[in-house]
Write a protein that binds this ligand. Structure first.
Ligand SMILES: [Zn+2]
Ligand SMILES: [Zn+2]
Length: 165
């Protein structure tokens, strides 16, 4: 999936729009492959004073298994694309910028989308940021409310109370 940029490469101010769909269903997170739907990417590459700047967005819906409570969940995700395309990668490149090399006069859209997606995705999949997870003793999903083992008194504390009587 190459995006031809020969029209704008020597033409400051010129732009090329792009819109593509990338298959990232081979990305493994924990024990599941959550990117089962196509990943849509769209935006514009602009020659800004001789520098090729690619901006746009990536969106898809992930179907994951929560790392904490093990329930299935769906989540729409959207990440910005903001990268610079260069003819050759040089060591003195600003490390704050995401820089990708051109292939001839083309940008490799699939590689850029894949990299931006991976860098933006949390390595942990959670059904919600504040997921309570499962009780480590009874296995109850604590998102559904507290379980009964939390009311039990720690046996060491119980012994101490006996001594204090
Ligand atoms: Zn969860
Ligand atoms: Zn419990």
């Amino acid at each position: 999936m190459l995006l031809g940029l020969s029209k704008i490469i020597d033409c400051p101010g010129a732009t090329v729009d792009f819109s593509t769909s990338v298959d990232l269903s081979d990305l493994l997170y924990g024990t599941c492959y959550p990117v089962s739907e196509p990943v849509l990417a769209s935006g514009t590459v602009r020659n800004t004073a001789g520098v090729l700047v690619m901006q746009g967005e990536i969106r898809t819906c992930i179907h994951g298994v929560c790392d904490r409570c093990a329930s299935d969940f769906q989540q729409d995700v959207e990440f910005p694309i903001d990268v610079v395309l260069v003819r050759e990668l040089a060591n003195e490149e600003n490390e704050d910028e995401w820089v990708f090399p051109l292939e001839g006069d083309n940008a490799n859209l699939e590689e850029i989308v894949r990299t931006v997606f991976v860098l933006n995705m949390d390595s942990k999949l959670l059904c919600k940021p504040d997921c309570e997870g499962l009780c480590c003793r009874c296995g109850k999903n604590l998102n559904d409310g507290p379980c009964s083992c939390q009311k039990e008194i720690d046996p060491r504390l119980a012994a101490l109370r006996q001594l204090l009587k």
